[in-house]
Write a protein that binds this ligand. Structure first.
Ligand code: NAD
Length: 302
């Protein structure tokens, strides 16, 4: 069994981004800029935003931190987003979710410039992902594709089973896997006979948020098992996979913490650089292709 080390891969991506940013800066005099928008004082959201800004500074990006009070109105937030949309120094805008109840997250997403939507949640970017033509794709599932590539886990022709169908993880995950020519099954809360399906998976991705839902009997020997779940149990971060038993059967497995989690932030930075390059017409790999080795000719695959 090979333990997938998300911390190591994330550090490698951040190093690459740091180098590339320094090169771009010396050529053009400017660096990518990321704006984080936090409304209210939810401690978990505030912690996520702090990490994002820390990594942003680490890789040499400009960060534009916008911390707004909980009573900010929807109109005020849209005004701020419009201002960030117009600001040429800002290449990526991240609105930390969840937003307070009086603000409709869909309206906020729609107000974002899709070219700056580094979370990949704007309906235009979701549509492009479904069409197989997106530049900015959601960070967590894209980071998972990067992990599979880094460990040279073949995707094309494999049966990938995704547990969960959220807009943040499950659905974009299934689309990214399909784009890489996997045969994809999505399971969710209404799926009947979960175990029969998961046992067929060469690549098994759990994004549910139920500690230890996935046990050894649900896994095919040698499968690559990716655990997205994060639930705090007795103060400890716990995944959806029963790590001890499943690791005896899996060919590859991610730990929690230290697996998928660190990839999400690295991917956010990769997306921001991608948005910067697209804006300035620089060439470069697309977000989910950093370590890609498979060489299918996309033009010939239908
Ligand atoms: P969500 O609550 O929006 O979605 C959960 C999904 O699980 C739903 O689609 C539901 O249909 C499905 N589900 C429920 N019971 C199921 C079952 N028995 N079998 C199969 N599917 C079932 O959650 P989310 O936002 O997609 O997040 C999922 C988990 O991933 C959470 O623990 C979250 O904290 C974690 N997460 C981690 C990262 C990261 O960076 N590591 C990022 C996002 C989310």
């Amino acid at each position: 069994m090979i333990l997938i080390d998300g911390k190591k891969v994330s550090a490698e991506i951040r190093n690459r981004l740091t180098k590339e940013t320094a090169e771009l800066k010396s050529k053009t005099g400017c660096a990518p800029g990321l704006a984080t928008v936090l409304v209210g004082e939810d401690p978990a959201s505030a912690a996520y935003v702090r990490i994002k800004n820390k990594v942003c500074a680490e890789v040499g990006f400009q960060s534009f931190e916008q911390n707004l009070p909980a009573e900010t109105t929807e109109a005020q937030l849209i005004d701020l987003i419009n201002e960030l949309n117009r600001n040429d120094a800002v290449n990526g805008i991240l609105v930390q979710l969840p937003l307070p109840n009086h603000i409709d997250p869909q309206k906020i997403l729609l107000s974002l410039d899709p070219g700056k939507d580094v979370d990949g949640f704007h309906p235009i970017n979701v549509g492009k992902l479904v069409l197989g033509d997106a530049l900015l794709t959601p960070c967590t599932p894209t980071g998972i594709i990067t992990l599979l590539d880094y460990y040279d886990i073949k995707i094309a022709g494999k049966h990938a089973v995704v547990l969960g169908r959220s807009n943040i993880v499950g659905r974009p995950m299934a689309n990214l896997l399909l784009q890489r020519h996997a045969t994809v099954t999505t399971c969710h809360s209404q799926t009947v006979g979960l175990e029969q399906i998961t046992r067929q998976a060469d690549i098994l991705i759990a994004a549910v948020g139920r500690p230890h839902l996935l046990t050894s009997s649900m896994v095919k020997k040698g499968a690559a098992v990716i655990d997205v779940g994060i639930t705090r149990v007795d103060g400890k971060l716990t995944g959806d996979v029963d790590f001890v038993s499943v690791s005896e059967k899996a060919g590859f497995i991610t730990p929690v913490p230290g697996g998928v989690g660190p990839m999400t932030v690295a991917q956010l930075m990769a997306n921001t650089l991608q948005a910067f390059k697209a804006r300035n017409n620089f060439a470069g790999e697309v977000g989910s292709q950093i370590f890609r080795r498979e060489e299918e000719d996309e033009a010939k695959v239908v």
